[in-house]
Design a protein around this ligand. Sequence first.
Ligand SMILES: NC(=O)c1ccc[n+]([C@@H]2O[C@H](COP(=O)([O-])OP(=O)(O)OC[C@H]3O[C@@H](n4cnc5c(N)ncnc54)[C@H](O)[C@@H]3O)[C@@H](O)[C@H]2O)c1
Ligand SMILES: O=C(O)C[C@H](O)C(=O)O
Length: 350
Amino acid sequence: MNKTATLCTSLISSIAPKYIRYASTGSGVTHAKKVAVLGASGGIGQPLSLLLKLSPLISDLSLYDIQHTKGVGADLSHIETRAKVKAYVGKDELADALKGMDLVVIPAGVPRKPGMTRDDLFNTNATIVADLVSACAKNCPRAIIAIIANPVNSTVPIASEIMKAHNVYDEKKIVGVTTLDVVRAATFVAEAKGLDPTRVFVPVIGGHSGNTIIPLLSQVSPPVSFSQQELDSLTTRIQNAGTEVVDAKAGAGSATLSMAHAGARFSFSILEALNGKEGVVECGFIASQETEFKYFATPLLFSRNGVEKSMGVGKLSEYETKLIEKAKKELNGNIQNGIEFAKQYLAKSK
Ligand SMILES: NC(=O)c1ccc[n+]([C@@H]2O[C@H](COP(=O)([O-])OP(=O)(O)OC[C@H]3O[C@@H](n4cnc5c(N)ncnc54)[C@H](O)[C@@H]3O)[C@@H](O)[C@H]2O)c1
Ligand SMILES: O=C(O)C[C@H](O)C(=O)O
């Protein structure tokens, strides 16, 4: 081999593992999958699409938005990874964006500004999610749908009702993405206890807004104990972390980069499970049989079918039981709003 060829070979072998290590969390790639990002030009959509483009788990990356997708797609398509990027813009191209997809990730919708709750986004985002999920029902009814758009406590029930109305509902395949709560909880606990954040897991249950975000600090892995003061301050910080970012961005939106990471982590876990990896667990907000709530986030075991089963909430401390009690009204109200909205939406679209 000549000098240039040797240099190129060693350069490739030093760069490639870095990408692959980031993008593939373990198993060998058997069948790369087709993934669509709806809302791909947004604050979350762009970095999320970048992270997905780096993954060898993905053969086709379909980018959809109502604006700017052609540019985002052209840009990402120059990256030397296997995923083929296609960009779709506007309603007329939505069906083509969805055909054949295994996983659809939805960060489309407006973000909060300081002073707003996630529920204040309902009026705009409920219709966006309902329209996008209706298109999924028609064009990729068997895909897993991962919903990032807020208010997650309502958009997941909306998506489920839409799929039911199209007779393609599979409760294993509609999940609200709460991974950012888990990511934050691990970061804050690691900071407080001087641990390596990449090795900390904190289950977060309930929903994805304020009081409904319930970190299980009695079930942290590796086990750690907390004073009452630490429990109070960590719980409050995890519940308000989204607002912390909204306030810091001062009108320029909400969490995008950490959410892109969380969305990519969640997507890679699903794709690995679809490829047959066993024991894949991530928290997510799904239709619930085991709790008194119609929808509830718990750690979920994923399989080739999507959500294989909920791992339940484990043994709760008295403190955590009280947090669930406090969340009841808001969570039930958010879920009911979603179901009611879907009924009206479906009646109008008949
Ligand atoms: N689940 C979570 O943990 C979490 C975390 C952060 C943000 N969010 C939510 O994610 C959503 C997006 O946040 P962002 O910061 O990316 O917002 P953004 O405004 O930067 O991007 C939203 C994108 O959605 C697109 N869009 C709007 N209507 C659409 C439609 N009908 N079809 C396709 N695309 C459409 C917009 O053109 C835009 O590109 C917000 O609702 C936000 O609250 C959720
Ligand atoms: O806080 C928000 O509005 C966005 C998101 O839900 C978050 O938790 O960061």
